[in-house]
Design a protein around this ligand. Sequence first.
Ligand code: AVJ
Length: 333
Amino acid sequence: MEPIINPDETAIRIDSHLESTEERSLADDVLDGLTRPFKELPPKHFYDARGAELFDRICELPEYYPTRAERAILEQHARELSALTGAAELVELGSGTAAKTRVLLDALHAAGTLKRYIPVDVTESMVRECAAELTGEYPGLRVHGVIGDFERHLDQVPNAIGPRIVAFLGGTIGNFPPASRRRVLREIARLLGPEDYLLMGTDLVKDPEILEAAYDDAQGVTAEFNRNVLRVLNRELGADFEPEDFEHVALFDREHEWIEMRLRARREHTTLVRDLDLAVHFDAGEEMRTEISAKFTPERLEGDLSAAGMELIRWFTDPEELFALTLSRAVAL
Ligand code: AVJ
């Protein structure tokens, strides 16, 4: 029997590059991170359904300014960005619900240059839902979703069909420590042809009080978000963490210019991670690092970009200079 094709769906193509490798990456990260003298878990495992919901709540918090600041910059400059780039396609790394992306898509659609949107995200449901919504909202738009991890699957991004913007918003690049940050940026640079641009959001160095409040809000939403990674380990790896045994810690490291989130054991205890046959001992007061979120100066950002073979073309910020959106290009070799 012929399949019945919904006409809208002909505009959608979705490729998945995730298999059990995703589970393996959690197991490897946990084994590696929890057997170190200074325990550490990489932040990418925060984002199960509950973690994604908690992050959405963080974005609405009065203390958490980055989302609002970035959106304001995008709104202020979307037309200029669209004119400057003439982009036919937008590739978005870590697209999520594509909330802020619409500001850009609106401008590119209005300019008449937009043909295709390529969301890259690990969460399959997000990619599928936003593909369905966006093809409805923007007549003529094609969506080619790539379900994958932007640390590993960037080579799966289809070839450009015209001038492209690669958007990496939200300040997520700040989650990578310096060496992997440059590696990720180098991978991104490979997606850029001579007519293409990287549009990246980065949080800026500022008063540590403002920074620390943004990562330790009065309502305790960030604390719950932080502890959520323990629930992920309990569910995915059969661990027996008691999340309330850990206290949320967020501090600005002035030397490295990054926010560091940690979980501090309230008492001495041993946790079992059943699927890894691993017993993990925590001293009372022991801290485990769960996230770094680097804050940038223009100089540091330019250094990282040039180390990755890119050059900064334009720098956009909000009136309070809380956050920056930058437009960069690959340097011709
Ligand atoms: C989504 C990585 C940009 O680092 O600010 C928010 C995550 N962590 N509050 C950030 C986060 C704690 C966020 N990023």
